[in-house]
Design a protein around this ligand. Structure first.
Ligand code: AMP
Ligand code: MG
Length: 427
């Protein structure tokens, strides 16, 4: 079934008034991961998506070991109540195997990470004991097996330590290192081509003529794609001319898995892009009930016409610089992660914050205001980051979050709770 037919089947989807959730759900429903694998050295896997399960070849930790600095002893030697005196016969160090056995009435000083000597089943922390010459005085109340990390406690041999689809962060690098993995199977990077459209655009490095603006979208898009770990292909500025545009779309579709454009989808401009798209593939033109970022095109483009094997997914984003970023983060990011083979994520969390100002808002569209979240007197509060025009890139730069004002919501009063989406995560 064609993309258009699949979209038309959704009876409550109106291309001229699509909600953010509907657009997101439809895009997701059409995509499947690209799926090609490659092997890379462990460090190069950072930020990539794991392509096969990692099975633990051995237990981690490989042996029982002490969780604390203290004394290893035989729990059976301890008196049921009152103190016990034991003879200290040596020291067990991390990375060394203690030679010799610990007999009845004896114990060994032990360091964190060291293997408990044969016979010892319990570690008592150094803070609670007393030494009297070579005698250790252990108070009552010690639990058998305490302060010993068990072999296989982190990862059991033969069990999956990580599942395919996991995005590899520093913790996963460390986990795989602990299993001795020098190489990892990951999905190949997603290739994403992008260009800007508009006769008014000038590339940096060239002096601005009257009426021109520098093309900033190619830089925000480059940055967002690079952060996601995509292989980027910058195709420059393309003039608003059918033949030039057609060539750019064909080149982009031939070279990439995904094509992202900015500009050319607003009313007026779309009229001239639409017939072109109809020749190259299947593209849906939407007006999404959101601000900023209302017009958007989504579809499939062939390098040699509709339906050929080199088809790429197309995201036609609006031209306004803030709209580009909002649409990218709300639709494209998610879609690219899915194509990369990343696990379905719960999405970027929405967190409550108290609005320190009143905000205008009409029900019937989702707004993504650029916000500054700050902490004072035990409260997280948020306010808009300056002028909210969809061309004011400064607002994105000053902000640390989106203030997400839901579809049905009306105006916001001072002290109302609103939802925010943080720009930065910890890892
Ligand atoms: P459009 O969607 O093409 O009508 O563009 C809407 C607004 O965004 C216009 O003011 C454009 O000049 C501006 N714009 C479009 N593309 C870019 C770009 N690549 N960089 C900076 N501004 C742009
Ligand atoms: Mg334009």
């Amino acid at each position: 079934m064609s993309l258009t037919a699949r979209f038309s089947c959704l009876s409550d989807y109106d291309p001229d008034a699509l909600s953010v959730e509907q657009a997101r759900a439809f895009i997701r429903s059409q995509l499947t991961p690209v799926g090609t694998r490659e092997r890379v050295a462990l460090r190069s896997a950072l930020g990539r998506v794991l392509a096969s399960d990692v099975i633990a070849p051995f237990n981690v930790p490989a042996h029982d070991n002490s969780a604390m600095d203290g004394y290893a002893l035989r729990h059976a030697d301890l008196a049921g109540s009152g103190e016990t005196r034991l003879r200290v016969i040596g020291t067990a160090l991390a990375g060394k195997v203690f030679a010799g056995a610990v007999g009845a009435g004896e114990c060994v000083r032990i360091m964190t990470g060291a293997l408990p000597p044969a016979g010892c089943d319990t570690v008592v922390i150094q803070e609670v004991v007393e030494l009297d010459g070579d005698r250790l005085i252990v108070p009552a109340g010690q639990r058998a097996g305490q302060n010993i990390r068990r072999a296989g406690e982190d990862l059991a041999a033969g069990k999956p330590a990580l599942a395919a689809g996991r995005v590899i962060r520093p913790a996963e690098l460390g986990l795989m290192a602990s299993l001795g993995c020098a190489e990892v199977s990951v999905y190949r990077r997603l290739r994403v081509a992008f260009f800007s459209t508009g006769d008014e655009l000038c590339s940096i490095g060239t002096p601005l003529a009257d009426g021109e603006v520098y093309d900033s979208n190619r830089y925000t898009i480059f940055g967002m794609l690079t952060r996601l770990g995509c292989e980027v292909l910058d195709l420059g500025v393309v003039r608003d001319d059918p033949a030039t545009l057609e060539a750019a779309f064909r080149d982009a579709a031939a070279a990439a898995d995904v094509v992202i454009t900015s500009g050319g989808v607003s009313v007026g401009e779309a009229d001239f892009v639409k017939p072109l798209m109809a020749q190259l593939g299947e593209v849906l033109f939407w007006k999404i009930a959101m601000k900023p970022g209302r017009p958007m095109a989504f579809g499939r483009l062939g390098s040699r016409g509709g339906g050929d094997e080199h088809a790429a997914w197309l995201f036609g984003l609006p031209g306004n610089p803030v709209a580009v970023m909002a649409a990218f983060y709300q639709f494209v990011r998610d879609a690219l992660q899915l194509l990369m083979g990343a696990d379905p994520l719960p999405g970027v969390p929405l967190l409550p914050a108290v609005s320190s100002v009143a905000m205008k808002k009409a029900p019937g569209r989702t707004e993504f205001q650029r916000g500054i979240l700050s902490h004072a007197a035990g409260l997280w509060s948020v306010r808009p980051a300056g002028a909210q025009g969809s061309g004011v890139l400064r607002s994105m730069s000053d902000a640390n979050c989106f203030i997400v004002l839901e579809h049905e919501r009306g105006p916001v009063a001072v002290g109302d709770t609103v939802q925010v989406q943080l720009f930065d995560g910890l890892v």
